[in-house]
Design a binder for this molecule. Structure first.
Ligand SMILES: Cc1cc2nc3c(=O)[nH]c(=O)nc-3n(C[C@H](O)[C@H](O)[C@H](O)COP(=O)(O)OP(=O)(O)OC[C@H]3O[C@@H](n4cnc5c(N)ncnc54)[C@H](O)[C@@H]3O)c2cc1C
Length: 467
């Protein structure tokens, strides 16, 4: 193990690895510590008898050109698979039936997903004023677009993205771009039109236009390839436990203590980046700032169970002509939604079979995740039978349990992030990242990895080692 890296990154998930790559590319001496034997954190793929199971993210949206840069750097371009047009068809459950989410104005007016009064309510949107206090997603959407749009568009969407609850998530923290449309342009419809011009200038894609991709051999290809490219700069099976500021010793600023293969280790670094969940960041930085550490513990990560079931194609009555479906809370079901995995990307199921990935729990129904595997498969099978007309038993099953799945950017989240910013100012060389800051999607993690790497480089350029 190298004893004196200049920059130490704690966490070998996609956030930490991508940050390491940008720094490595800029010739910065960087080391990544990863607790597990495998890299990727939540991004894990399992191959089993012709089934390809994503136990974490199933895909990502190409919201930034940084993906292209990474794929070129890593020679990964040929491994990337894009979802075809079929990925644009999404269904939402209403009154027990699946309705296609309309993508054009005529389809919107024909859709049975909302009633006529619900649709007409949208016409008021450009005339609704700004809020004067921090709002939840539910408050924001109900105020601007009406209750029905909240119940049958945003509520299921929030379940699909955050496994979250719109009554708790802060609109400003969880959906900053949506919030900005009101702030900057005075409305969502106006903002959508004007904002697309600005995104073009920044070479960014809005999430509803960005292409969806995965990798031929699964999402884990991405962190694994990053790990291979970083080589000996990545140390797996190593858990960081404490970060301490040490002043002048060896001209380094931070001492990181941890455990590797049951043995304690100590490393010194000029700069440290934490790229791990907030509740794990807390004990690491507690010796530096106990108050910020306590705040970080308050970010809620609800549990989620990801249930991958394989069926004979002939046992599924409806055509799997889309991304899958989402379930609004108002429908009182026991699943959040299902991705039709084998329709989106090739190689997810053997010939003649279909792969369906269903999400259970989240902040809507965390108690369901305490059920046994057997019971959860039973619940999901019943729901798929009732919603999609799936008959017959699953021929393949794989369950992934995430005790702490996705950070919820609830009301008050931004004040925790402000505390983190002040913490970084008080401790030059400490950088806090991970998906609880700046967005939870893989795309957001990549955009943030680039920002963090730039901040670190800027720090190193202006950093005066101690005399
Ligand atoms: C079930 C699920 C489905 C998802 N689906 C999607 C999707 O379809 N599309 C999408 O864009 N996003 C999705 N996401 C979100 C996205 O996958 C994550 O936000 C992203 O992968 C997080 O990456 P990260 O590197 O920030 O954190 P993590 O993946 O959590 O990585 C952190 C790493 O740090 C390591 N670590 C922790 N503590 C220590 C320590 N003390 N010392 C050393 N190492 C440590 C961990 O072992 C882990 O490898 C999903 C998330 C989940 C949970």
């Amino acid at each position: 193990m190298k004893s004196r890296p200049s920059v130490l990154i704690i966490g070998g998930g996609i956030s930490g690895l991508a940050t390491a790559w940008w720094l490595h590319k800029a010739s910065v001496d960087v080391t990544v510590l990863e607790r597990d034997r495998h890299l990727g954190g939540t991004m894990q793929t399992v191959h089993d008898h012709g089934w390809l199971v994503e136990t974490g993210p199933n895909s990502a949206l190409e919201t930034t050109s940084l993906f292209k840069t990474l794929f070129n750097d890593l020679k990964l371009t040929d491994e990337v698979v894009y979802a075809g047009d079929v990925g644009n068809n999404r269904y939402i459950l209403r009154d027990g039936s699946l309705h296609a989410l309309p993508m054009t104005p005529p389809a919107f007016f024909k859709s049975k997903l909302w009633t006529l009064p619900g649709k007409l309510r949208l016409l008021k949107e450009p005339f609704v004023g700004r809020a004067d206090a921090e709002e939840t997603v539910a408050q924001f959407v109900e105020r601007r677009l009406g209750r029905e749009f909240l119940d049958y568009a945003i509520n299921p969407f929030v379940a699909g993205v955050y496994a979250g609850n719109p009554e708790q998530l802060s609109v400003r923290a969880a959906f900053p771009k949506l919030y900005a449309l009101e702030e900057e342009y005075g409305g969502l419809i106006k903002g959508q039109i004007l904002g697309s011009r600005e995104r073009k200038k920044r070479a960014e894609q809005s999430k509803d236009r960005a292409r969806m991709f995965a990798f031929k051999s699964g999402m884990q290809t991405f962190p694994e390839t990053l790990g291979d490219a970083l080589g000996t700069n990545v140390i797996t099976g190593s858990t960081a436990e404490r970060i301490r500021r040490i002043g002048k010793r060896d001209r380094k600023t931070y001492e990181i203590k941890g455990m590797r293969k049951g043995r304690p280790f100590k490393l010194l670094a000029d700069a440290v980046i934490t790229a791990i969940p907030s509740y794990l960041t807390a004990p690491l930085i507690a010796p530096l700032d106990n108050v910020v550490a306590e705040s970080l513990k308050n970010i809620y990560y609800p549990p989620v169970v990801e249930v991958f079931l394989g069926f004979k194609t002939s046992d599924i009555r409806m055509p799997l002509d889309g991304f899958g479906f989402l379930v609004p809370a108002k429908e009182h079901r026991k699943i959040l939604g299902t991705i039709w995995s084998s329709s989106l990307f090739p190689g997810r199921a053997p010939q003649g079979f279909a792969a369906l990935t269903t999400f259970v729990g989240g902040s809507r129904q965390p108690e369901l995740t305490e059920e046994s595997d057997e019971r959860i498969v039973g619940i999901v099978s019943e729901e798929l039978s009732s919603i999609m007309g799936v008959s017959g038993k699953p021929v393949f099953r794989r369950i992934a349990r995430w005790q702490h799945a996705i950070p919820q950017y609830n009301l008050g989240h931004l004040s925790i992030i402000e505390q983190v910013e002040r913490f970084e100012q008080r401790h030059p060389g400490m950088f806090v990242s991970g998906n609880f800051r700046g967005g939870i999607s893989v795309g957001d993690c990549i955009i943030n990895s680039d920002k963090t790497a730039r901040r670190v480089q800027n720090f190193l350029e202006n950093h005066q080692p101690f005399d």
